[in-house]
Design a protein around this ligand. Structure first.
Ligand SMILES: [Zn+2]
Length: 500
């Protein structure tokens, strides 16, 4: 038995004006054939699970193509068409295949088709015909489409946020395709897509209210005849009609049973929808809360969420922490600012200079933070993480970086590239002790928690403005469904009756 492996993986924030070209993929990950195995076998990624799961089942893995890039804007027409034609050519050249394991992200938008993942999965299905099994993984921050469901035999979705189970979902997908090829099961899947999105501020799978819903999905997974059951949390910054929260259930040959279970989950979420509306805490309110005791607090800058394609140079919380340093205590913030790094490097270690930091990309994330700072240290910005944290990244490259200290007890890590705050090594590799601060700012919502839980006592999610604002009223989404909760609230819905 031979199973082909393919990955085209990108999360598009359509509010970000940063087109993703083939060159963008090339700078991150774009590889073919055995180079895919070299890049992903043994990794925490689902492709790592594909390789290991197939090997366990004695199935030959035939790596075809892997294209991956960190979150950004919309993928250009040239890029997706080139990737798709490469993929089809590789499938053609691979010789007889018994099945395909695929890893889209699920929230890619291209200039060709707003449902980019449905576009390439559909094209793949048309090429291989209706009978070749295709099993897919998805990031939980996907916009599940009917096209994706129809193009694949089974879909399984990350169950954790922060994402800690990608490898296990890869194993699950490999196991599903192995059992299908052995003739033990015949996957039949169905989805329910209620007109609703769970705000990312409510998307912590380990905590209520979402943990309650995860438990219901777990219960469905244990039902007789069910092979897999997943919740797709949704990604509110991809402006597509499919944006929202959905459920997908895979049964053994029983599409009606799959639909019944998926619909029941959709109805359960709808009935509980008021618990999934975001709690919006402003900056000053967050600092009040952080200052009430001696706990070490992580302030999550939700409007400048690097993992969802923001610039990482937002200064609004840093300004407030400086202004209120007497109450808040020693603080830490990381800002992406190549120019400030260069100025700090030119001044040299130990020197004190007046520096404007951050707030350069646009006017949505606060003005530059201007302060007299001492240059503490300079770094190449590369570090490795061996712990399995959000998304399982192991190699980081922040570009040339500088640590500077301002007079009010604030330490600032300046990096040349926006760097997702998914590892404490970001600080410790630059000689910064996270436990020397009372308040740490991380630019994200849920993902940084996996890294910072060992050193922070409390987590406060701060409603900052910016390109990744969680304040849905500020999102200018043209393509979303209407009505949709919680954008609109004066309507009813059920899986059986639809909108009313
Ligand atoms: Zn995700």
């Amino acid at each position: 038995m031979r199973v082909g492996l393919a990955m085209i993986y990108h999360e598009s924030n359509t509010l970000v004006d940063q087109p993703i070209t083939l060159e963008s993929f090339r700078k991150d990950t774009l590889c073919y054939g055995e180079a895919v195995r070299d890049a992903f076998a043994g990794s925490h990624h689902e492709a790592g699970g594909f390789f290991e799961g197939l090997a366990d089942d004695g199935i030959e893995a035939v790596p075809l193509l892997a294209a991956r890039i960190i979150p950004g804007g919309v993928v250009t027409a040239d890029a997706i068409e080139a990737l798709l034609s490469d993929l089809i050519a590789r499938v053609h050249a691979a010789g007889p295949l018994d099945g395909l394991l695929v890893a889209p992200h699920g929230a890619s938008v291209s200039e060709v088709d707003r449902d980019m993942d449905g576009h390439w999965l559909g094209a793949l299905r048309r090429h291989v015909g209706p009978d070749l099994p295709i099993v897919s993984t998805l990031d939980a921050h996907a916009s599940l489409s009917r096209t994706m469901v129809e193009a694949t035999d089974a879909i399984t979705v990350y169950r954790t946020n922060p994402h800690l189970d990608q490898f296990e979902r890869g194993l699950e997908a490999a196991d599903l395709i192995a059992r299908t090829l052995r003739g033990e099961v015949r996957p039949a899947q169905a989805a329910c897509m209620p007109p609703l999105v769970i705000n990312i501020e409510r998307q912590a799978t380990a905590h209520p209210p979402l943990s309650d819903l995860c438990a219901r999905v777990d219960a469905v997974r244990r039902e007789p005849g069910v092979l897999s059951a997943s919740m797709v949390l949704g990604f509110q910054w991809a402006d597509v009609p499919e944006m929202g929260t959905s459920f997908i259930v895979v049964t053994d040959g029983n599409p009606d049973l799959a639909q019944t279970h998926a619909d029941a989950l959709g109805d359960a979420l709808w009935d509980d929808r008021d618990r999934f509306v975001a709690e919006l805490i402003g900056i000053d309110e967050a600092i009040d809360e952080a200052s009430r005791d001696e706990a070490r607090v992580l302030l999550l800058d939700m409007g400048d969420n690097i993992g969802c394609a923001s610039p990482g140079d937002g200064t609004l919380i840093a300004h407030a922490l400086r202004r209120r340093a007497a109450e808040a205590g020693p603080g830490f913030v990381c800002l992406a600012d190549r120019v400030a790094v260069q100025e700090a490097a030119s001044a040299g270690i130990g020197e004190t200079i007046r520096l404007a930091m951050g707030g350069r990309t646009d006017d949505r994330h606060g003005p530059p933070l201007v302060a007299d700072v001492q240059v503490v240290s300079l770094h190449d910005g590369r570090f490795s993480e061996d712990l399995k944290l959000h998304s399982g990244f192991t190699e980081y490259d922040m570009g040339p970086s500088a640590v500077v200290r301002a007079g009010e007890g604030m330490t600032i890590l300046l990096t040349s590239r926006p760097t997702m705050p998914f590892s404490l090594k970001q600080l410790t590799s630059c000689g910064i002790d996270p436990e020397s601060f009372r308040v740490i700012v991380a630019k994200g919502v849920q993902a940084p928690v996996a890294a910072y839980a060992p050193v922070c006592d409390r987590f406060i999610r701060v409603n900052t403005p910016g390109v990744t604002t969680v304040d849905l009223d500020r999102l200018d989404l043209v393509h979303r469904r209407r009505p949709m909760f919680p954008f609109e609230t004066d309507f009813e819905w059920s899986a059986a009756r639809g909108l009313s």
